[in-house]
Design a protein around this ligand. Structure first.
Ligand code: BT5
Length: 250
């Protein structure tokens, strides 16, 4: 694989519990920014809030990038959103297929989730980020055995048939696109494109906390700090916390 950024160092694994956990242990040992752990299969792929990320063998990309940003805690949200833009553009550039970003960390194609992003930070104190692990899981092709019941109505994939060439190209594009944004991350170079690809734009949404609907409204945009703006009657709510998720009302 070829990358524009000379700092990229790929570690390829057949199987791992979670590439995020593996990369975190490397970062703790002092491994450099730009180290990318890629696995063919994860036995305990993780989503946010202890959720699982189904990671079957060979049909997906499961990767984690070690980052050592110089900015503070808010950069986790910037990294997550930049990764969403990087993945969405990579899929489009390589396959010609359009995707949309569901705030804050999911990529959707034809109303199905084809990618999830999990950025985890380790903090020296409340504000100083020691390192961040950017985890990206993409369902490239139809899994050999169908998606499990709990995600069969949610999860989708990009290609009908597995294609190692396309998979490799998507990995290269994701990494190149991401680092291109990351070098100026504090200037938020991805804000406009993130807004344009906002799946929830203009849609009625539920605001969900701890699996419970706590409020509802209409998504009226993404603010300058990547918080989602939800309007209800004449009130405007902005949500930026990773512990709040927003779902479409069916
Ligand atoms: C995410 O969390 O979607 C973040 C997923 C990050 C996965 C990558 S893979 C490489 C790295 N190593 C890891 O261990 N993790 C990262 P969240 O937004 O919380 O969504 C989780 C929810 O997505 C689950 O509760 C399911 O409903 C759904 N889901 C699980 N597996 C899926 C899949 N393969 N495709 C689509 N949806 C899935």
């Amino acid at each position: 694989m070829n990358f524009k950024n000379p700092k990229i160092n790929i570690i390829s694994l057949e199987e791992v519990d979670s590439t995020n956990t593996y990369a975190k242990n490397l970062a703790k040992e002092g491994m450099d920014e730009g180290t990318v752990v890629i696995a063919k299969r994860q036995t305990m792929g993780r989503g946010r809030l202890g959720r699982k990320f189904y990671s079957p063998s060979g049909t997906g990309i499961y990767m984690s990038i070690i980052l050592k940003p110089e900015t503070d805690a808010e950069s986790i949200l910037l990294i997550t959103t930049a990764a969403a833009v990087a993945v969405s553009q990579a899929i489009e550039n390589v396959t010609g297929k359009s995707t949309l970003i569901k705030w804050v960390n999911d990529i959707y194609m034809n109303e199905k989730k084809v990618c999830g992003i999990l950025c985890e930070g380790s903090f020296r104190d409340c504000h100083t980020l020691e390192y961040a692990i950017l985890g990206i899981g993409i369902n490239i092709s139809k899994p050999d055995t169908p998606f499990p019941d709990e995600i069969k109505n949610i999860a989708g994939y990009i290609l009908e048939k597995d294609d190692e060439n396309i998979k490799e190209k998507i990995i290269e594009e994701v990494i190149d696109n991401f680092f291109n944004l990351y070098k100026n991350i504090s200037k938020k170079p991805h804000l406009e494109i993130y807004r344009k690809r906002n799946l929830l734009s203009g849609k009625p949404v539920n605001i969900i906390q701890c699996d419970e609907i706590i409020d509802e409204g209409v998504c009226t945009g993404i603010d300058d700090d990547f918080a989602i703006i939800i309007t209800k009657d004449n009130d405007t709510i902005k949500i930026s916390s990773g512990e709040v998720s927003v779902k479409e009302r069916i």
